[in-house]
Design a protein around this ligand. Structure first.
Ligand SMILES: [Zn+2]
Length: 81
């Protein structure tokens, strides 16, 4: 995925087109260009929110039970004060 640096649009594939660059040795010269499909602006790679998925720790049921009981103990200690 890519993100446009001009309009902020997110797209899968950049638009590719040929731009006329005048005549070169009697034949028309075209230059291949690529950019945002909406405004033809510059773009950079965009990785979405893949990073967020790594933040969720994977726990087994036993680890979860242990985690919860520890949290309950902490809460009980706080409540006793
Ligand atoms: Zn754009």
């Amino acid at each position: 995925m890519f993100i446009c640096e001009d309009c902020g649009a997110i797209f899968e594939e950049p638009d590719v087109w040929e731009e006329y660059r005048g005549e070169c040795h009697g034949s028309p010269a075209y230059e291949k260009m690529c950019g945002c499909p909406y405004c033809r602006g510059g773009f950079s790679e965009y990785c979405g929110d893949d990073e967020c998925e790594d933040e969720i720790p994977e726990m087994t049921d036993e680890e979860y039970e242990e985690f919860i009981s520890k949290e309950i103990l902490k809460l009980k200690k706080i409540l006793k004060r």
